[in-house]
Write a protein that binds this ligand. Structure first.
Ligand code: HEC
Length: 111
């Protein structure tokens, strides 16, 4: 038991991490990985949607919207409002979560 305590503390620290990149990766792993390839997130190998590798270099997202921070945040929160019928579902992502994810995605500029 005594040996377990430091391990538990470590796990707790990881959960409460204030590192926005780590938080973004955890969100991506749980909410996006099934459908997208995302560099830096080991489990994100889905091929339902396009790969998000080098997303920062693209001019346009979802074939239609200027690729800027606001549109990316909005897309992550409300793909169905922006493009009714898109195969990307509404997932109830909050604005702070979407912002964290978008800021991570905007660092991906290499294929
Ligand atoms: C059920 C599958 C699914 C899930 C889950 C999903 N997406 Fe998507 N995503 C798609 C599909 C399909 C498209 C293509 C939409 C289109 O162009 O009509 C897409 C498009 C995108 C695009 C635009 C990509 C481009 O090349 O233009 C981004 C950015 C994106 N998704 C981010 C995310 C993020 C971030 C998450 C997690 C919060 C997520 N997606 C979850 C299926 C999914």
């Amino acid at each position: 038991m005594r040996r377990l305590i430091p391990l538990l503390l470590l796990a707790l620290a990881a959960c409460q991490s204030n590192d926005p990149r780590a938080q973004a990766k955890a969100l991506i792993a749980s909410r996006c990985a099934a459908c997208h390839v995302v560099p830096g997130v080991r489990t994100a190998v889905g091929v339902v949607g396009p790969s998000l590798a080098d997303i920062a270099n693209r001019q346009v997202i979802a074939g239609k919207f200027a690729n800027n921070r606001d549109n990316l945040i909005r897309w992550i929160m409300h793909p169905q409002a922006m493009m009714p019928g898109s195969a990307m579902p509404e997932m109830g992502i909050s604005q702070p979560q979407a912002t964290q994810i978008a800021d991570y995605l905007r660092t991906l500029d290499k294929p």
